[in-house]
Design a protein around this ligand. Structure first.
Ligand code: NAD
Ligand code: TDX
Length: 341
């Protein structure tokens, strides 16, 4: 199987490349990535010389380029997106362009390059499309049938892309699957997201900015568990179906912060309560029983607090990675490897 992966130089994408090449030695991966601020080819420096892997610098909105690559591939796993909620609150336009327009372009390219529609598209969506859950009803979780009620510009743009993929199935009979996953953690996450931001702040002796009262809840899943689930959907999912993916691992942000502080041997005084995120979703919780029942997937790498501690340790052990990322200096690595295209 030759997979065209979009967004493979980001956090989940780079973990996915490594995971697939390790778990499926006969597979090949072409990674199409525009290298936006969060795309970093250094994330895959150890894989670059592997002949089963190829990097292509390009944008998913370039239909000719995407179609050309689809001709070579057997299936598409679509992860490229603008991914940070806070950035979408500051400026939603890149989210409309990459997430909504970009996804429709991938669909158009699939129709052009693969008129018989035999090649599968796995669209990596998010639990944020469902909106938010109340804190006082712990038994209620998102199922695949929960209405889509996105609350942030990021979530709205991901919902648009999710629905364009649904429409491609219903209108054209395209072979698509959609995954909706909860919050990921693990190595190579851009240090704007809460876990790497807090850990790297603490290493630098700074405080951690906790939004609002810290009662918001997220369902944390190790990135390799997510990668395994996406691969299961690619290989065994039913066309036209949506699969929720979650860790069954709900933590309030305050609880998460305390666990990070403990792992870093820091005290409560390091918490700085700051103004809340606008429109901050209260709680995400995923019911992942469908993917477990139908595809036999369940998380095995997300157990708390061990998996969190191992992730904290990865950032402690790899200061050169996040220092270069924070300073933007990793771009020079790219220029050295690939030229300034
Ligand atoms: P990320 O920001 O780390 O990586 C995104 C990648 O996409 C980057 O390499 C970037 O260069 C690339 N990209 C962006 N726009 C592009 C474009 N127009 N053309 C080509 N490449 C482009 O994000 P991530 O956390 O790895 O998320 C990957 C996917 O998973 C996203 O679709 C996101 O919505 C989804 N997701 C993320 C999480 C999470 O917790 N991080 C949870 C559920 C779903
Ligand atoms: O500085 C911070 N302080 C803080 O309290 C940051 C950056 C975040 N937070 C809170 C906000 C959220 O409740 O921590 C929680 C997690 O925030 P993020 O890491 O920004 O993730 P979130 O907004 O939950 O979205 C993530 O999960 C779903 C990913 O970024 C999305 O791409 C994915 O779809």
């Amino acid at each position: 199987m030759k997979i065209l992966l979009t967004g493979g130089s980001g956090f989940i994408g780079s973990n996915f490349v490594r995971f697939v090449l390790r778990e499926r030695p006969g597979y090949q991966v072409i990674n199409l990535d525009a290298l936006t601020y969060s795309g970093n080819p250094e994330n895959l420096a150890d894989i670059e010389s592997d002949e089963r892997y190829r990097f292509v610098h390009g944008d998913i909105r370039d239909i000719d380029r995407v179609a050309e690559l689809i001709e070579e591939a057997d299936a598409v796993v679509h992860m490229a997106a603008e991914s940070h909620v806070d950035r979408s609150i500051m400026d939603a336009r890149p989210f409309v362009e990459s997430n909504a327009l970009g996804t429709q372009t991938v669909i158009d390219a699939l129709r052009r390059a693969n008129p018989k529609l035999t090649k599968r598209l796995v669209h990596v969506s998010t639990d944020e499309v469902y909106g938010t859950l109340p804190l006082d009803k712990p038994e209620v979780k998102f199922t695949e049938d929960t209405p889509l009620q996105p609350n942030s510009p990021y979530a709205a743009s991901k919902t648009a892309s999710d629905l364009f993929v649904r429409a491609a199935f219903h209108t054209f009979g395209m072979d698509v699957c959609i995954t909706r996953c909860s919050n990921n953690f693990g190595p190579y996450q851009f240090p704007e997201k809460v876990i790497p931001l807090f850990v790297t702040n603490l290493i630098e002796g700074k405080k951690v900015p906790l939004y609002g009262d810290g009662r918001n809840v997220r369902d944390w899943l190790h990135v390799e568990d997510h990668c395994e689930a996406v691969l299961a959907v690619l290989e065994k999912g039913s066309a036209g179906e949506v699969y929720n993916i979650g860790g069954n691992n709900e933590r309030s942000n305050l609880e998460l912060t305390h666990s990070i502080l403990q792992a870093m041997n820091c005290g409560e005084e390091k918490i700085e309560y700051v103004k809340d995120r606008l429109g901050h979703d209260l709680r995400y919780a995923i019911d992942a029983s469908k993917i477990e029942r139908e595809l036999g997937w369940r998380p095995t790498r997300s157990a708390w607090p061990g998996a969190l501690e191992a992730t904290v340790k990865w950032y402690v052990d790899n200061p050169q990675w996040w220092q270069r990322v924070r300073s933007g200096a990793y771009r020079t690595y790219y220029e050295k490897q690939y030229g300034n295209a």
